[in-house]
Design a binder for this molecule. Structure first.
Ligand code: SF4
Length: 319
C-alpha cells in the first residue's frame, strides 16, 4: 500500500507520552504567537484566522494508514508546526480518530484561543490537553510570546480556567521559562496564582532546550528551574531535558537540526534549506556526512530525492 506521509511524524519516543505519533494539522509556522524561544523559527504567518487549513479527510486518512502499519503508538498527538486550534476541523478529526482506534488523543496548544467556546468544544473529545502559559502580565506576555495584536492575556487566562472547569479529562499545564524575561519573582508568583486557578493535574516546567527563534535568549539552568519547581509545589515537575541541552540550545549544531527534521518526515534538500534557513551548500555537507555514516537514508520518489530515517527506507513509498 502506498504511504504518502505529509501530516504525521513518528511515532517518536517521548518521556511524557511514550511513543507519540505527531499530527500536524496546520501549515508550517502558522501561529498567533511568535515566541522568542520557538524552535521552528520566527512566525512567518502570524494569524488569528480560524479555518480548515488542512481537511479532516486528509488527516484522518493518513492517521489511519499509519496506525495500520505501526506496531506501537501510545498517543496520537496534535502538535507540530503551528497552533493546532486554528484549524476549525480539529474537533471532527479527534472524533473520527477516536471512532477508529482506542489509542488516546492528546492536544498540545498554546492555549490562547480557549476563550472561544467553539475552540473549547473542539477539545472536549481529546483524552489529554496540554496548554501552555508563559506569562500572566501584559508586558511579559508581549516580550516572551510576542502575540498577535488581537490577543489579550487576561482573556486567555480566563479561557484556560473556563476550559479546565468544563473539560473532564486531564490537563497538563506547560510553562516555558526564558532567562531574564518570565522568571522574575513577580511573574513566577503570578503564574503560580494562575496555575492554582486553572487547577491543572500536572504543571510541567520547561526552558529552552533547542535552538530558539531569537539568538539572544537564554535558558534557565537546571538549578534555577528546580528552585521554581519548589515554589509551584507537588503538582509541578521539571520536564526540560538538560542532558540533551548540556552544551546550551543555541550551540546545537546545524547537523542536529537537519537530522531532527529528517527524523520527523521525509524531506528534500530544498525543503531542509528553506525550513531551517540554511544554505544549500551547508545542507549538502551535513546530509552527505550523515548518509556516509548510515544515520539517514535516501530514497527516490517520483524523480525526487528524499532523505529519511533508515527505519523508513524499506516502506513501499515514502514522501
Ligand atoms: S506557540 Fe508554539 S508554534 Fe507558536 S510561536 Fe510559540 S512555540 Fe512556536
Amino acid at each position: 500500500m502506498t504511504q504518502n506521509l505529509k501530516y504525521t511524524f513518528g511515532p517518536v519516543p517521548s518521556r511524557r507520552l511514550g511513543y507519540s505519533l505527531g499530527v500536524d494539522i496546520i501549515p508550517m509556522k502558522t501561529c498567533n504567537l511568535n515566541c522568542v524561544y520557538c524552535e521552528l523559527g520566527r512566525s512567518t504567518d502570524e494569524t488569528m484566522t480560524l479555518k480548515e487549513y488542512i481537511s479532516a479527510d486528509a488527516i484522518v486518512e493518513e492517521v489511519q494508514q499509519v496506525i495500520a502499519s505501526t506496531s506501537r503508538i501510545d498517543y496520537i498527538t496534535f502538535s507540530g508546526s503551528g497552533e493546532p486550534t486554528l484549524n476549525t476541523a480539529m474537533g471532527e478529526m479527534i472524533h473520527r480518530i477516536k471512532a477508529m482506534t482506542d489509542i488516546p488523543v492528546a492536544v498540545l496548544t498554546n492555549g490562547t484561543l480557549l476563550y472561544l467556546p467553539e475552540v473549547r468544544e473542539m477539545l472536549y473529545a481529546a483524552d489529554l490537553v496540554i496548554p501552555s502559559l508563559d506569562a500572566v502580565s501584559k508586558q511579559v506576555f508581549k516580550k516572551v510570546d510576542r502575540p498577535h495584536g488581537h490577543l489579550d492575556i487576561d482573556r486567555i487566562v480566563e479561557g484556560i480556567i473556563t476550559f479546565s472547569k468544563e473539560y473532564s479529562g486531564p490537563i497538563w499545564l506547560e510553562i516555558l521559562f526564558v532567562k531574564g524575561i518570565n522568571d522574575t519573582p513577580e511573574e513566577v508568583q503570578l503564574l503560580i496564582e494562575a496555575a492554582k486557578k486553572i487547577d491543572a493535574d500536572l504543571i510541567q516546567l520547561n526552558t529552552i532546550v533547542r535552538p530558539p527563534a531569537e539568538n539572544n535568549v537564554q535558558p534557565l539552568s537546571e538549578a534555577e528551574l528546580n528552585a521554581i519547581q519548589k515554589l509551584f509545589g507537588d503538582r509541578a515537575e521539571v520536564v526540560a531535558n538538560f542532558k540533551a541541552s548540556k552544551s546550551q540550545a543555541k550551540e546545537e549544531s546545524h547537523g542536529d537540526r537537519i537530522y531532527d527534521l529528517i527524523m520527523r518526515r521525509p524531506v528534500t534538500k530544498n525543503e531542509l534549506s528553506a525550513t531551517l534557513n540554511l544554505t544549500p551548500e551547508l545542507v549538502e555537507e551535513h546530509v552527505s556526512k550523515m548518509l556516509a555514516a548510515g544515520k539517514i537514508a535516501a530514497s527516490d520518489y517520483t524523480g525526487e530525492l528524499f532523505y529519511t530515517s533508515p527505519r523508513l527506507k524499506n516502506r513501499p513509498v515514502i514522501t
